[in-house]
Ligand binder design. Structure first.
Ligand code: SAM
Length: 190
């Protein structure tokens, strides 16, 4: 396998787990590329929860799946991912966060450090044993950098008896490329 950037690496981590996953969350729908990837590799019986604060992102995601002729059992939630535990009460197998702003759109409508941390708290609490969360952060712009710093501070506080946390970072590239964090809930942890 070639060394790749954060988003592709997140996909690599998720791909092998998708066929067994029953509950899958895309916490930042955007243009739908991540949802499309998840849907292509998931079991047809899986249920999807897809969040975005922008209606047009949810529409773009739905339209992309239709254009690619992919059907999912999915709920599209026009709300902040920090409220995910108001919508989902079952254990989640896969949650993916691709933070930042919608490419080609208003850059001020971006994920925010405080709501991202709330979302990660909710996501880690709902994560099924053996489940995984991937988080791609974008430290190359101001809010993205602040968000990244807060995430870097928050994740080491997760107890190692319950969670394994890893980071994938390109260390010789200019312009602060995206960074991937992956959080796995240990099998047998409650
Ligand atoms: N997954 C997307 C794709 O494959 O195209 C890329 C996601 S884009 C980098 C980030 C998305 O997060 C934007 O569409 C933005 O509207 C959304 N977003 C920002 N704040 C959010 C929040 N608090 N809750 C849910 N989505 C949010």
């Amino acid at each position: 396998m070639k060394l790749t950037g954060a988003v592709l690496m997140a996909h690599h981590l998720l791909q092998a787990r998708l066929p067994q996953a029953a509950v899958i969350v895309d916490a930042t729908a955007g243009n739908g590329k991540d949802t499309l990837f998840l849907a292509r590799h998931a079991n047809q019986k899986a249920s999807f929860w897809i969040f975005d604060i922008q209606e047009k992102a949810l529409m773009a995601t739905k339209n992309l799946l239709v254009a690619k002729d992919i059907m999912i059992n999915g709920k599209y939630i026009h709300d902040c991912h920090s409220k995910l535990d108001r919508y989902i009460s079952e254990p989640i197998d896969i949650i993916t966060f691709n933070l930042g702003y919608l490419p080609g759109s208003d850059h001020t409508i971006s994920t925010q450090p405080s709501t991202t941390i709330k979302a990660l708290e909710a996501a880690t609490a709902l994560l099924a044993p053996g489940g995984i969360i991937t988080v791609v952060t974008y430290p190359g712009y101001q809010i993205g950098y602040q968000e990244h710093c807060l995430i870097k501070e928050f994740l080491p506080s997760l107890p190692q008896q319950q969670y394994t946390v890893a980071c994938w970072e390109m260390v010789n590239q200019i312009h602060n490329p995206p960074i991937l964090y992956a959080i796995e809930r240990r099998e047998g942890s409650s």
